[in-house]
Design a protein around this ligand. Structure first.
Ligand code: GTP
Length: 397
C-alpha cells in the first residue's frame, strides 16, 4: 500500500508546486500599478496623467536607471481662479526719442547728410550756398528760417576760415538747434488740480492721427502712474469710439462714449469730464472728430465742444495734431485751429515717413506754439516727447 501511496503523494505535491509557480509568473507580467489597465477614454492623451502632466522618460539619468518626470504642460489647468485681466506693459515716454532716433535718421537722411556734404566741399562758393538754401527749403524749413540759417553759417564759416568737416558740423548743429529753439516749454499740462483732473483736448483735420495719438498718450501717462479717462467726442466717424476704447482697454483705461451715431460731441466731452471728476482721475483726454479748417460749421462745433467742457474746468492743453507729410499745408490748418481753440502744443505725426523734418521750425515760427510730441510710427509706443537737441542730432547723424 505504501508503495503506491508515496509516488501518488509525490506527484500531487509536484503538480501543486508547478501550479503555484505558474500563477506567480502570470501575475508578474500584469500591467504595473499607475498606468492604464483598462481601455483609454477617447479624450485621454497618451502619456498624460490625471493632473494634466506629461510623463517624459528621461534616459541615462545619473543613476543609470529609467525615471518618470512630471512636466506640467499647462499650468493654468492647475489654477482654478479666473485669469486676471492682462494689460500691456508700457515703457515710459522718457528716452523714447533715443529709441526711435533711427526712424528720424532714415527718413531725414537727405537733409542732414546733404547739408554736411555740401559744407565739406573744398570751396564753398555762391553755388554751394544756393544748394544749401535749396536743401533747407525742400525740407520745409520755411523761407525766413532758411535765410537766417544760411546767413549765420556763411558768416561763421568766413570768420573761422575753416573747412574742417567736424567744425562745420558743429556750427550747423548749433544754428539748427537755435532755430528749433530749446528754450520753448514743451511740458504737457497733465498734472491733476486739487479738485479736478487735468483736461487735454486733441484736435486736427481728418486722418492726421488724432485717435492714435490719444491712445499712445494714454499709454504713456499710465506708464507714469497716472489715472486716465478717455472721452470719445469723435462721434462723426463710426469706428472712432471703438478704436479709442480698444486703445484704452489695453492699458486698463475707461472710455466715455455715446451709443448713438452722430451724437453731440460737446455732450460726450462734457460727460467724459464729469466722469473724470467723479472718478477722481488725474487726466481726461478728449478725442475729437477730424474737420477741415475751411468748414465753418465744423470749426464752430469744435469751439462749442471746448466751451461746454469749460463749464466744469478750463482745458489745460489743446494739442493740434499735424501730419508731417502734408508739409506747408499743415501751416494753414494750424492757423485756423489756433484761432478757434487756442492751441497750446503741436503733435507732429508721421515724421517717420517724410524727409520734411524742417516743418518743425516752420510751424513753431508761424504759431509761436511748441512742438511737444512727435509720432514716429504706427506702433503703440511710437510717440516721443520732442526735444530740440535730440531732434537736430538725429537729423545730422
Ligand atoms: N507712420 C505713421 N503712421 C501714423 C502715425 N500716427 C498715426 N498714424 C496712422 O495714421 C492713420 C490715421 O490715424 P487715426 O488716429 O485714425 O487718425 P484720426 O486723425 O483720428 O482720423 P479721423 O478720426 O478720421 O480724423 C492710422 O493708420 C495710424 O496708424 C505716425 O506717427 N506714423
Amino acid at each position: 500500500m505504501n508503495d503506491i501511496l508515496l509516488p501518488v503523494i509525490f506527484v500531487i505535491l509536484a503538480i501543486a508546486v508547478i501550479g503555484s509557480l505558474a500563477v506567480l509568473l502570470v501575475r508578474g507580467r500584469r500591467t504595473p500599478p499607475g498606468l492604464y489597465s483598462s481601455p483609454r477614454d477617447p479624450d485621454d492623451q497618451a502619456g498624460v496623467t490625471a493632473h494634466g502632466a506629461t510623463s517624459t522618460d528621461v534616459l541615462d539619468s545619473p543613476g543609470g536607471t529609467t525615471t518618470d518626470v512630471l512636466v506640467p504642460d499647462d499650468l493654468s489647468t492647475l489654477d482654478e481662479a479666473p485669469p486676471a485681466p492682462r494689460f500691456d506693459t508700457v515703457e515710459p515716454m522718457q528716452g523714447r526719442l533715443a529709441r526711435l532716433r533711427a526712424r528720424l535718421v532714415r527718413s531725414n537722411n537727405a537733409l542732414g547728410k546733404g547739408l554736411l556734404a555740401l559744407l565739406s566741399r573744398d570751396r564753398i562758393d555762391e553755388d554751394v550756398w544756393d544748394e544749401v538754401e535749396e536743401t533747407l527749403l525742400m525740407a520745409d524749413l520755411g523761407t525766413e528760417p532758411t535765410m537766417e540759417l544760411v546767413d549765420a553759417l556763411r558768416e561763421r564759416v568766413k570768420v573761422a576760415g575753416s573747412r574742417n568737416p567736424a567744425e562745420v558740423k558743429d556750427m550747423l548743429r548749433e544754428e539748427l538747434v537755435k532755430l528749433v529753439d530749446p528754450s520753448m516749454d514743451r511740458s504737457l499740462a497733465t498734472q491733476r488740480h486739487a479738485d479736478r483732473p487735468a483736461i487735454v483736448m486733441v484736435v486736427g483735420v481728418n486722418g492726421v492721427g488724432k485717435t492714435t495719438t490719444v491712445g499712445k498718450l494714454a499709454r504713456a501717462l499710465v506708464a507714469d502712474d497716472k489715472d486716465v479717462l478717455l472721452g470719445a467726442a469723435d462721434t462723426f466717424r463710426a469706428a472712432a469710439a471703438e478704436q479709442l476704447a480698444t486703445w484704452g482697454a489695453r492699458v486698463g483705461v475707461p472710455t466715455v462714449k455715446s451709443d448713438v451715431d452722430g451724437a453731440d460731441p460737446a455732450s460726450v466731452a462734457f460727460e467724459a469730464v464729469k466722469a473724470g471728476i467723479e472718478q477722481e482721475v488725474d487726466v481726461v483726454l478728449i478725442d475729437t472728430a477730424g474737420r477741415l479748417q475751411n468748414k465753418v460749421g465744423l470749426m464752430d462745433e469744435l469751439g462749442k465742444v471746448k466751451r461746454v467742457v469749460e463749464k466744469q474746468g478750463t482745458v489745460d492743453e489743446v494739442l493740434l495734431v499735424l501730419d508731417a507729410t502734408t508739409g506747408q499745408n499743415g501751416l494753414n490748418q494750424a492757423r485756423v485751429f489756433a484761432e478757434v481753440v487756442n492751441i497750446s502744443g503741436i503733435v507732429l505725426t508721421k515724421l517717420d515717413g517724410t524727409a520734411k523734418g524742417g516743418i518743425v521750425v516752420a510751424i513753431q515760427r508761424s504759431l509761436g506754439v511748441p512742438v511737444k510730441l512727435i509720432g514716429l510710427g504706427e506702433g503703440a509706443d511710437d510717440l516721443a516727447a520732442f526735444d530740440a537737441e535730440g531732434f537736430v542730432d538725429a537729423l545730422l547723424s
